[in-house]
Design a protein around this ligand. Structure first.
Ligand code: GCU
Length: 350
């Protein structure tokens, strides 16, 4: 259970974050959301204990919106004892550093892209394989089925990380600044930003390019300055993080469907009593569906906005890319827990 002191600390951190972000974005939202007054806005009800959630994108993002709703549900079901406070726009640092803050108990929850967990537990790579899932529905179902992924996620508990939910985070496509990518040959010599992970690095080499790992918040400048020739991401991030300004060619390679995980600090989580954990999990389970539904709408909006800004959406033959990366499947899912998870994913996609 968290103390009053930590509640006060959260409120102070929130106020600081809000001021900073407002200054940085010209008053355009962000910062600490979910601990404001009783305005009726999602996430505005503040519990006696406020648990902090780090998030690297904006407050309009489907994951942020789903969590603000979860916060209200938690507030109601715990009779005002708990709520969440979201720190958006990387206010608390990039995703990797938020995992580290969570491990020390300095942070309660974070949402991170799955490949970042490979450096804590290499066996997590199995859920990050390219061309693995057959549909977003299948992905969310298998990744949130404890029968399939329970043993895998439990491995992270040794690192102080508790996996609570897997969110759908779209289908990733390659986008470039100078010329469209239509085949693996077009990627030759191109530096493409990837999420830092061995699997992503190998994947990009097999696809024909040169993987350049960096945190999400660095991509915009890297594209602008020519440090990278392109990146790969879903439509929401491509548009909303303004990558579209520089990288106009969006090629539907559809190579990855990576989940984002809602993680808790294991210590914080284990400090909550069973009833409170259940209240949180009920709200978080609902947030997976809420996010999923919002995702589809928001992808359409983001795609339209990107096209209005001059993006060219290029349909490509994905087969050569798929064939190039398939050897990774056997390499990563050869035995043990990864093989069991892989086989279950394959069986569920048939
Ligand atoms: C997606 C994903 C984020 C991640 C980002 C990235 O947007 O949802 O969690 O940070 O990709 O490429 O780093």
């Amino acid at each position: 259970m968290r103390s009053k002191t930590s509640k006060t600390m959260a409120a102070i951190a929130g106020a600081g974050a809000l001021t900073l972000t407002l200054a940085a974005c010209g008053g355009n939202g962000g910062g600490g959301a979910g601990a404001g007054g009783e305005t009726g806005e999602p996430g505005s009800q503040q519990g006696e204990t406020v648990l902090r959630v780090a998030f690297n994108q904006n407050i309009e993002h489907p994951q942020a919106q789903a969590l603000l709703q979860a916060s209200d549900e938690i507030y109601e079901s715990t009779d005002g004892a708990y709520s969440l406070q979201l720190f958006t726009d990387e206010t608390l640092g990039d995703q990797n550093s938020t995992i580290e803050q969570m491990q020390t108990g300095a942070l309660d929850f974070t949402i991170v892209a799955s490949p970042l967990l490979e450096s804590f537990e290499p066996q997590m790579a199995v859920v990050n394989l390219p061309y693995l899932y057959t549909s977003p529905e299948q992905q969310v179902e298998v990744l949130n089925d404890p029968e399939i992924t329970g043993d895998l996620y439990a491995l992270l508990e040794e690192d102080g990380i508790k996996v609570l939910e897997a969110y759908h985070a779209g289908v990733r496509n390659i986008y470039t600044t100078d010329a469209p990518v239509e085949s693996p040959e077009d990627l030759a010599g191109l530096k493409i930003r990837i999420i830092p992970s061995d699997t992503n690095q190998q994947m990009m080499s097999l696809m024909g390019g040169v993987g350049t790992p960096m945190a999400a918040g660095e991509i915009y400048t890297a594209l602008q300055s020519g440090v990278v020739d392109g990146a790969e991401n879903n439509e929401i991030t491509y548009n909303d993080q303004s990558h579209v300004e520089t990288a106009k060619y969006y090629s539907r390679t559809e190579h990855l469907m990576l989940p984002d995980y809602l993680l808790a600090s294991n210590d914080v989580w284990n400090g909550l009593d069973a009833e409170t954990q259940e209240a949180f999990m009920t709200a978080f389970d609902t947030s997976v569906q809420t996010e999923f539904d919002l995702w589809a709408e928001d992808t359409e909006r983001a795609t339209n906005e990107a096209v209005e800004q001059g993006a060219e959406i290029i349909e490509v033959d994905v087969e050569p890319f798929r064939e190039a990366v398939l050897p990774l499947h056997e390499q990563i899912a050869g035995d043990g827990i990864p093989k069991a998870v892989y086989d279950a994913i394959m069986a569920s996609g048939e």
